[in-house]
Design a protein around this ligand. Sequence first.
Ligand code: C2O
Length: 560
Amino acid sequence: MAQIIWSRAAVFVLFILPVLVDARVRHYKFNVVATNVTKLCSTKPIVTVNGQFPGPTLYAREGDTVLVKVVNHVKYNVTIHWHGVRQLRTGWNDGPAYITQCPIQPRQSFVYNFTLTGQRGTLLWHAHILWLRATVHGAIVILPKLGVPYPFPKPDKEEVVVLSEWWKSDVEAMVDQSTKVGLPPNVSDSHTINGHTGPLASCPSLQGGADGYRLQVDSGKTYLLRIINAALNEDLFVKVAGHQLTVVEVDAVYTKPFKTDTILIAPGQTTNALLTTDKRAGTYLITISPFMDVPIPVDNRTTTATLHYNNSLAATALTTTKPPAQNATSIATSYLDSLRSLNSKEYPALVPKTVDHSLFFTIGVGVNPCPSCLNGSRVVGVINNISFVMPTVALLQAHYYNISGIYTADFPGKPIFAYNYSGPGPKNLQTMNGTRLYRLPYNSSVQIILQDTGVISPESHPIHLHGFNFFAVGKGLGNYNPASDPANFNLIDPVERNTMSIPTGGWTAIRFKADNPGVWFLHCHFEVHTTWGLKMAFIVENGKGPDESILPPPRDLPKC
Ligand code: C2O
């Protein structure tokens, strides 16, 4: 008898206990507050989480459950999106305002509760309402399960590097004004690196960048940089003078490692890269500069930081580097062409080989009449010529409770009429408005051709899909050709991510399996385009199996 009890205890300690302690519950509290941030060249308060800019890093391991209590102390409605977290059956916690939840109103709170399943690497969280994500954002670091190594040499140290954009003026007031008159919002006044603007001529208090971000390193070590583009409207090039970077993961999916001297990162994307400090002791310039290969205004300033070897003499010369040209399409293309899924035995690339729903979305802008606007018209963002109208009740609630009159499930799977998409477009390209969704059966395989349009101007758009990762199986310039292009698709090791840029004047083909029931947003991650209506949503129906339905809503889910 005693022996039986002992052996049961042993089984518990040896086998069951480790499983229990392995997956942890992590608690965070996010106070959304107005804060004066001294490292920014301004005395005006910005909206932050816990007074920090960038906000706190959320640390967890794969398999952990994360509970974040968000308390709203500002005058705006707030929601937080856990960008790239799959939210399997927990779409209520995804965060986009009026898509999966009503916002958290001033003086209210909500506890986001989700489990990190099958993902490891770097992601980001950000506000998903108004333009609050300009200052309300931070990193999500998902470490592998205890005892599971990285599929690359273990770094000596890890650093989170958050890139963003900063406006001297009040961002919400600036956007309101531009919406009112129907003109594009101002470009930012600086890029930031971990909240530092770097040298700014217009900001004498920063003393020529003495306060810029400094990455302090030891010689002969390997650092894992967890780079996040939290900017609103800009694709960014990242360079470190004299050093190469080895990309090992993007959007919390491992890649085949490759060396590069320039990283390209679009808003919403994350990139883990190894940096080996094998150069002469000294100081090396880090540059953050925009990529834009058509004449559309961007914040064209280069923000700099320094990589500083410890024990270097203060007087050590700075090794500089020149950022790529703003329109360096070839650097962008060769970087994107190098990205491949790791596709190992442990981390296979599960690319859908067949397609149940073949969709064709034109992505771009259009012009709508606007009598009250400065020019009598305003620019709108469109997918298949439809500019999305935000509902006043969250779509997920409307879907879950069968509330009619909020949306229609008739989003067109292809353009309503055909034209030479990558050309300048027809004379009278009438756009439509609507809250139209596309319905997908559970577990269907979906392919979307994302085709950039040349209306007004072609432009590279970073398209983000909530609730899923997708595989970018193909891309090209000009118009997609359904007869010849699929033959060149990579169905073996295409990059897997949650946000992907369409090449300027070209197309990208993505595939994913609709294995997550709920309502899922798809939009351009340039905030200016989302604001203009470049967005739509999918309804993924419940499956028939036991774990294939969306879970009931949390009790404290905010009301509209
Ligand atoms: Cu990172 Cu819907 O956004």
